[in-house]
Design a protein around this ligand. Sequence first.
Ligand SMILES: Cc1cc2nc3c(=O)[nH]c(=O)nc-3n(C[C@H](O)[C@H](O)[C@H](O)COP(=O)(O)OP(=O)(O)OC[C@H]3O[C@@H](n4cnc5c(N)ncnc54)[C@H](O)[C@@H]3O)c2cc1C
Length: 438
Amino acid sequence: MKKRDEIMDHPTTIVIVGAGAAGLTGAIAAAQTLAQEAREGSVLLMDGAKHIGAKILVSGGGRCNVTHDVITPKDYFGNRHIIRNVLAAFPVERTIAWFASLGIELKREPTGKLFPTTDKARTVLNALIDGARRAGVMIRSDHRVHDILQTEAGFLVQHNHGLTHASRLILATGGQSLPRTGSDGFGYQLARRLGHRATPTAPALVPLQLDRSMFQATLAGLSHDVELTTLVDRREVDRRTGSLLWTHVGISGPVVLDASRFWTLATKQGAFAEMYGNFVPGQSVNELRQWFIAQAAQHPRRSLVRTLSSLVPDRFAESLCRHQSCEPQTAVAQVSRLDRDRLLTALTRFHFLVIGDRGWNVAEVTAGGVPLEEINYRTMESKLVPGVYLLGEMLDCDGRIGGFNFQWAWATGWLGGESAARSLLNGKTPADPASSLG
Ligand SMILES: Cc1cc2nc3c(=O)[nH]c(=O)nc-3n(C[C@H](O)[C@H](O)[C@H](O)COP(=O)(O)OP(=O)(O)OC[C@H]3O[C@@H](n4cnc5c(N)ncnc54)[C@H](O)[C@@H]3O)c2cc1C
């Protein structure tokens, strides 16, 4: 147990709050940059959790999808101009090379996702912690930060073991997803106390719940392609095609997870959000009607469900027929025009009755956060409080599924850690306005 009033007074102390993906990267970058100038032992990484890196361990189904082989600003939501600049400063090639320097080789899967060759997230976390220790970073778990005060010399960080002085302060407290790992949104309050704003947040990359009147439970475990359209107040805000997974309570799968942020953000802000699916992507209802008429002429006795099964999985075809009050075994030539048109409309413009999302305990990331416009994208330094750097998920940027969120954490982490160390080496005082231009 540390002394209650511990104050570390080293003049070059960089304190990083949050030892997740971004904080660990920032700490390594800062310590290595200082070490190049023989200024060691001055980077302190604090985390409120007893065991750090919990989120890395559960990521990618325990395999950690470290990054993606093609990363573009379009893979992210937020201010794309700023996102482009951040990503350009630390592209995928650097991520691959950096992990190789930590002893982690990455392999590319057919989807473009990059995983460690070990297929174990634990090896990624261990490599980051070992890398930080080798670089001279002091890691303090069970150090929950409660407040930050600005002083003439920098910052006083108040935590559950006392006070720590910081010449440079890096906030990497994550968002609100998976709060039991320690990322519970308190970091936004710390940022606010320093003068920053935080835009409204909502769970992203989160499965959605459907009304019980729908048939999801009968299809649980089935996945197939859909073109998913999200409307907010009747205006289309997103359209994407990909794999949808039916669950006992609703829908999941990459296309739903990627689109979920539009539904959650809009709903949280009191707007009216709707989701529609075309289960035959690329085909319009008119094209399908022509196809159906041709099928009825060629194979009049074939059942409705068998006919539709050439377009969609038979389990889904059967459930859809029943949901639309059509008997699946009816011979296709016997289906009335009314039934046919209702069925084909449901097939191409299916209204998902979304009643909620699965919440922060299931969401992979946070939409919303500290506005990117409030940081200097070349350095990740706050434009409002020189000497403060903000990294990772706490910023208003969220990526789609596939390794993009970690890439954001590595990129912002590296930029922020390196810049904080350089500003110390250049002897800038936190109050120096020249250090926050950008
Ligand atoms: C189940 C799951 C699977 C995922 N899989 C992937 C994947 O495979 N690929 C991918 O790219 N992304 C994935 N993500 C998203 C990715 O994990 C996050 O985007 C990324 O970890 C964010 O990193 P971060 O360092 O910004 O925040 P976090 O990892 O959330 O770290 C923040 C840290 O700050 C600490 N902290 C918070 N407040 C305080 C405080 N007041 N005092 C001290 N410490 C504090 C927390 O304890 C935490 O350790 C997944 C997320 C989840 C939940």
